[in-house]
Each structure stands twice: as structure tokens, then as C-alpha cells.
Ligand binder design. Structure first.
Ligand code: ZN
Ligand code: ZN
Length: 205
């Protein structure tokens, strides 16, 4: 019997690791490090690629980001600077790597099996946003903030950001909870070509 208290563990505060994947389940991800920042980008490029009003990003330290099945392919701009990665089958835009900024990966947080807790802390390119588009981000920038603005934003995010456990109600749907508890999502990871259950319930959207 030990009398020592368990030391505070940042990973358990964030309920890591997280699993996630694309719409079809062929590419599966494992996240084992707390995010640095969450962002929404309203730029017209993100509007086009997301087929929506803005893209969402969760900056994950590269050391805590792993593709555990499937082979994402480069899509989007195919440029020198930003490398946009997609599922080769369902073409979901999954994550972005930026040349020269190798220490993090910008994950699209809607890839996570549980992502209802994610909210943008920072929003960028509001100069290009759709007139009706609004987010709950605390920090808004007309374009991309200068690089030297990021350390303070990352520090504030670590202090204030809602993690999975800090949400008031853990509103995981009963269906998804059952899937997670049954291990079906684990099965899907090892049989990714023909998922028995999809972690993304099929719906019309
Ligand atoms: Zn896919
Ligand atoms: Zn953008």
C-alpha cells in the first residue's frame, strides 16, 4: 500500500491518448500530447478546402501525433510551405504540416472521435470571413498574427482552454459511448479497409 499521492499528470488532465480518423475510417490517428492551441481560420483558402465557413485546427506537438493506420496523401495546394494531408479514399482533409515549423501538426479536430469539447481559442483572417460567420474565439486577428504573438497565446491556451475533462457535461452521445466501450473502434483500427463500425456514424451530411 502506498501513501504517496499520485502526482498531477498533464496527460490525464487532457484524458490522453485520443484516437481519431477520417470519415471512412481508413486513416486512423493517435494523439498523445496536449494541444498547443486551437484555432479557426476564416481565410478564403480554408473556406474552399473545408467546404465551409472556416477551418478548425488543433496544434498538436509532432512528438504526440501518430498515424496508426492508412497512408494520408498530400492534397490541397501541393505547395512548398503548407502540406495538406488527406485520406486517400474518402478525401477528408485531416491535418496540415508547415515547412520549417516541424514541431507541431495542425490537426482538424473534427477528426477526433470525441471532439465536442474543442472550441477555437484564436481566430485568424477575419478580414476574409463570411459576414455571418462567428466563433467563440477570445482572440481575433484580421490576418495571421505575427509569429511573436504565438508564445503568449499558447501560454494563455494552456491556462484557460477547455480540455475534455473540464467540460461541464461530457456530452458524449450514448451511441458513441457504447462504441468506445465495446472496443469496436479498436477493431476498426486493425481492420481499417472494412470497418464493422464507423466511429463517424453515417448520416446525410
Ligand atoms: Zn477516409
Ligand atoms: Zn486559412
Amino acid at each position: 500500500m502506498s501513501t504517496s499521492n499520485p502526482s498531477p499528470d498533464p496527460a490525464s488532465d487532457w484524458q490522453l491518448p485520443w484516437s481519431g480518423g477520417c470519415r471512412c475510417g481508413q486513416v486512423r490517428l493517435r494523439i498523445s500530447a496536449p494541444p498547443l492551441l486551437s484555432m479557426a481560420c476564416h481565410c478564403t483558402g480554408c473556406q474552399t478546402m473545408s467546404a465551409s465557413a472556416f477551418s478548425l485546427s488543433l496544434a498538436i506537438p509532432s512528438t504526440g501525433f501518430e498515424v496508426v493506420s492508412g497512408e494520408p496523401v498530400v492534397g490541397g495546394l501541393h505547395g512548398e510551405e503548407s502540406h495538406h494531408y488527406f485520406c486517400p479514399h474518402c478525401k477528408s482533409w485531416m491535418f496540415t504540416r508547415t515547412e520549417g515549423l516541424d514541431y507541431f501538426v495542425n490537426l482538424r479536430p473534427s477528426m477526433l472521435d470525441e471532439h465536442a469539447w474543442v472550441a477555437p481559442f484564436v481566430e485568424t483572417w477575419t478580414d476574409e470571413k463570411l459576414p455571418w460567420a462567428a466563433t467563440s474565439a477570445k482572440h481575433s486577428f484580421g490576418a495571421l498574427p505575427a509569429m511573436d504573438a504565438f508564445p503568449a497565446l499558447i501560454e494563455a491556451y494552456a491556462r484557460e482552454a477547455p480540455g475534455p475533462r473540464r467540460r461541464p457535461d461530457q456530452a458524449l452521445s450514448a451511441g458513441r459511448r457504447a462504441l468506445l466501450q465495446s472496443g469496436a473502434i479498436g477493431m476498426q483500427m486493425s481492420h481499417s479497409k472494412a470497418p464493422v463500425f464507423s466511429s463517424k456514424a453515417p448520416h446525410a451530411g
